[in-house]
Design a binder for this molecule. Structure first.
Ligand SMILES: C[S@@+](CC[C@H](N)C(=O)[O-])C[C@H]1O[C@@H](n2cnc3c(N)ncnc32)[C@H](O)[C@@H]1O
Length: 255
């Protein structure tokens, strides 16, 4: 594939399989094509490894966090369950919003939570809103522990950001979806892997072995969940799609 951006003529030409498509440079279509390549190039350069939240590293694309914030503000979850803690920044992100909203708690699950991470979280000003559980997120005993902690809470929002293989995300979706309350979401993050297979640092098998495939298969099996990008809280102009690492990630419980 070849993309030619001509800033003088204000055009973007896209050549794929010998076929050329032309857009005006200042159009929604050109923005989406440029964004796609920006996401891919940025991922290869570990763009998302350069952010922190309230003092701890967070591995997310900033736009995904802004969109997540819009949902948390609207939904006001009583509990957010997140699989995949890494160094704790995303748990602090959720907890900081809950602190500002005056209610809510976060449960973070990771197969390995180093003492430095649990120490940083337990001594943080937001510690009272965070609970850590160590273990494989798809393990039945861990899921049962989370379910017991969540029992009776509403709304419940679940974010899956641990292992990203299709198989692991499928198992997580089946096990954590029952915790999600109607109107809320289970988010299978990092489906962008499906579009990174040819990018440096990625793996060719990601074209099919990725969270997006798992999310689509899950939605096809479960009529009570639909894939739906949350509506933007503020909008002007022609753009409609998130610039995201989470394509197809937002599975809304509709009943
Ligand atoms: C992408 S990082 C999480 C990033 C974090 N949510 C953030 O935004 O900063 C993935 C984490 O998932 C954990 N992980 C991988 N496989 C897992 C599994 N099967 N069960 C639990 N945690 C797992 C890893 O240890 C790692 O800390």
């Amino acid at each position: 594939m070849k993309i030619v951006i001509d800033t003088t003529a204000a055009t973007l030409a896209y050549v794929s399989d010998g076929e050329e498509t032309n857009f005006g440079l200042y159009t929604k279509e050109a923005f989406e094509e440029i964004s796609r390549q920006w996401v891919r190039v940025g991922w290869s350069l570990a763009y998302y490894h350069n952010f922190s939240w309230f003092g701890l590293p967070i591995l997310q694309l900033p736009e995904d966090l802004l969109r997540l914030q819009e949902v948390i503000y609207r939904l006001r979850p009583e509990v957010i369950v997140e699989t995949g803690v890494y160094q704790g920044g995303s748990l602090l992100f959720h907890a900081s919003l809950m602190e500002a909203l005056g209610a809510g708690r976060v449960i973070g699950i990771d197969r390995e939570i180093p003492a430095a991470v649990s120490g940083a979280l337990s001594s943080h000003a937001l510690a009272k809103r965070i609970r850590l559980i160590e273990g494989d997120s798809a393990d039945a005993a861990i899921v049962a522990q989370v379910a017991a902690e969540v029992a009776g809470a509403a709304p419940v929002l679940v974010i899956l950001d641990s292992g990203h293989s299709r198989e692991h995300v499928s198992r997580e979706l089946e096990k954590y979806a029952p915790l999600v309350t109607p109107g809320s979401y289970i988010i299978a993050t990092d489906g962008i892997m499906h579009d990174l297979a040819d990018v440096p640092r990625a793996q060719p098998e990601w074209a099919t072995d990725n969270p997006l495939t798992a999310a689509r298969e899950f939605a096809a099996r479960h009529a009570d969940f639909v894939e739906e990008q949350p509506a933007w809280a503020n909008r002007a102009g022609p753009l409609t799609k998130n610039v995201t690492y989470w394509p197809g990630a937002w599975l809304k419980r509709v009943r």
